[in-house]
Design a protein around this ligand. Sequence first.
Ligand SMILES: Cc1ncc(COP(=O)(O)O)c(C=O)c1O
Length: 457
Amino acid sequence: MNEHSSNFLREHNARQVWHPMAHPAEMEQIPPRIIVSAEGVRITDLDGKSVIDAVGGLWNVNLGYSCDSIKQAIARQLAELPFYSAFRGTTNPRLIELGHKLIEALKPEGMKRAMFTSGGSDSVESALRIARQYWKVRGKSDKVKFMALKKGYHGTHFGGASVNGNSNFRRAYEPLLAGVFHAPAPYLYRNPFNETDPDRLADLCLAAIDDEIKFQGADTIAAFIGEPVLGAGGVIVPPKGFYKKLRALLEKHDILMIADEVITGFGRTGEWFGVRNDGFKPDIMCIAKAITSGYFPLGACVVNEKIEEAFMGSDDPLAAIYHGYTYSGHPVGCAAAIACLDETFSRDLPGNAAREGDFLKSSFETLAQKQETIGDVRGRGLMTAIEFVADRKTKAPAGKNYMAAIADAAYDAGALVRVSGANMMMSPPLVIERRDTQAIVDAVAAAVSGVKLDPAK
Ligand SMILES: Cc1ncc(COP(=O)(O)O)c(C=O)c1O
């Protein structure tokens, strides 16, 4: 890049664009890093600095940045058929092939049909809409409400924001969807029960969900949505067995279960899908991100046999799917996903995620013994979080300036990490090797010991 174009980029950075999840004035003041290229698990910025991408794009670049088979598949598809719609009456070969591949991959979950979308928020929106429609098709049109966990993240469409469990994503956009109710998350470090035993906490959360279901009336609730591991809310790993018991509870009350696998799908948690950590089978799964390793925006909402049968067996006009997007089944996206899944399933990504994730977590647990500002370390597979505190006893969260300084120092030391509130989150590509995982640990350790700011600020 020549001097002139670099200067142009710097001058206009965050000037004509509003960035997601940030205050526009703050972005002008502290402009975002301009990432110009990437290779393997490393990214390079406009200044030529190269660091390990410990964020993995945004929890999605599971295969790293150098997967040629996906790049070639995209190029081939662009030459052959850059677009055709899947709305009633037409389809395309890659859409058919990807549908087959995805349903095969989700056979253990009993999944039967996929609807393609342009990303995670679309997949969640599709799942919520299909859940409501399912009950109407079944003649139970009172079942319209949704339940979800506090701290959950389900994207930013109105439906997704409504089931979202973090007020940051809700307040400015209220009123949200009516008839959505939240239960406490099984978050061991902070929970309203002050419970520190994982099994007891799981039971308390389940009792709260059961209580809310009875209060609302099970015959008014369409579905419960949850992430197998809560990601954006701070990598909250539910106690073993929580989701299996929740599944049984929902079944007892005849409420659909939606697993939001947008982050956890395709190996990140140490299993191919997050639901397999706990061995439960949801009715609907939301998929996105790693289905193309981030190389093309694509997602899917996938439903099981029970839902497919209700729609297929109904001659009610209500059973027609009046839902979908111009880019549902985009041929280039589907070609990217086919190549991505071939590459993904040919490798032991879950095994590597489990090994490298355990290494990250145990390294940060060791670091926590020396660093007073680390309140909690959590993770499963390559979803890892460090929660920082200003005071370990009171668990007062670390302040914004402190967190920003730590993230900057980690970048200077060679790793891009993500900070949200008092959490530092890491989700590197699943192809990462030990020397690079070690480099993330070293960068974070250098940052935490080097930053001398008041952690409360
Ligand atoms: C669990 C979960 N669901 C949904 C979404 C929304 O996906 P997208 O940002 O692709 O719309 C995300 C995004 O991070 C997510 O983590």
